[in-house]
Design a protein around this ligand. Structure first.
Ligand code: CUA
Length: 316
């Protein structure tokens, strides 16, 4: 209905109609009350204007019905907006369990995308239609912000952290991707395209020309090259924790706190190992700050994720 109107971008994700509906509701309410108030001002100005130079208006005291009316009605309207807005926000903030995960690294001034199978893209992101996609995002330098108007989704990309953004495209096509946080001289040029393809086309695209291998396998190689494997051994004889089956688990720390092993924890443990040492281990691991890039961190994280628990090894 609105696709011909340049004010509204195309609606191409499951979230788009929900955001639009709420937006039109807000517009409708604002429009209704603007017209009502403007109309009443004009009407009263005509109806009650002074007819003779010495006319004095009658004083009115109290008006309980009116007072209650203009308190209760706006309260109910704002509550509808709150509950509705919260439900849309909740749906946006919580990705479904089964998602296609893609890593995003923002830097001045480009977007780098990494698929788990190893494909890398710059300023272009290929995704299949009809499947929930989750972007796991970080920045190499300053704060950026991914914004795909056609999907009605937007999220900050922050150095030193992983933020998520998810969407489910509903129709194939090419959609603009913007940086929506001022990030320096060429911020306005930090744009790209999301290319939504039919699932079969996407599979073809995915299998076409990948020399490097999967992210996890690149991570495995890095794990060897950095000699991580001398301390993190699957047989529990190393000086560091066993990483097999660790991702997603809850671990006990030296200070008694517990911690869920997620992307952020693995990242921190590589860059600042002393920050949260697992119980039963010494803080002897050196930092890898400056030695691994953001992309290499993602490879290592994918490698740790790929390490499934070994049934024959006893964990303590
Ligand atoms: Cu990146 Cu603005």
């Amino acid at each position: 209905m609105w696709t011909g109107t340049p004010l509204f971008p195309e609606a191409a994700s499951t979230m788009a109609p929900r955001v639009d509906a709420l937006y039109f509701f807000l517009l409708g309410i604002a429009g209704f009350f603007s017209l009502l108030i403007a109309g009443l001002i004009v009407y009263y100005a005509v109806r009650f204007h002074r007819r003779t130079p010495d006319q004095v208006g009658a004083q009115i005291h109290g008006g309980m019905v009116l007072e209650i009316g203009w308190t209760v009605i706006p309260f109910l309207i704002t509550m509808v907006i709150f509950v509705w807005g919260a439900s849309v926000y909740y749906a946006m903030a919580r990705p479904p369990d089964e998602t296609l995960n893609i890593y995003v690294v923002g830097k001045q001034w480009m977007w780098k995308f990494q698929h788990l199978d190893g494909q890398r893209e710059i300023n272009e992101l290929h995704v299949p239609v009809g499947r929930p996609v989750k972007l796991i995002m970080t920045s190499e330098d300053v704060i950026h912000d991914v914004f795909v108007p056609a999907f009605r989704v937007k999220a900050d990309v922050i150095p030193g952290r992983y933020t998520n953004l998810w969407f489910q495209p509903t129709k194939p096509g090419r959609y603009h991707l913007f940086c929506a946080e001022y990030c320096g001289t060429r911020h306005s040029g930090m744009t790209g395209e999301v290319i939504v393809m039919e699932p079969s086309e996407f599979q073809t695209w995915l299998s076409g020309g990948v020399p490097e291998g999967s992210l996890a396998s690149a991570g495995a190689k890095l794990f060897q090259d950095l000699a991580c494997n001398t301390c993190h051994r699957p047989d529990a004889q190393g000086r560091g924790p066993v990483l097999e089956g660790l991702f997603g688990k809850t671990v006990q720390l030296q200070n008694g706190e517990t911690m869920t092993v997620d992307e952020a924890y693995v990242r921190e443990s590589i860059l600042n190992p002393a920050a949260k040492v697992a119980q039963g281990f010494q803080p002897i691991m050196p930092t890898f700050q400056g030695l691994v890039s953001e992309e290499q961190l993602l490879e290592l994280i994918e490698y740790v994720k790929s390490l499934k628990a070994l049934p024959q090894v006893q964990t303590r």
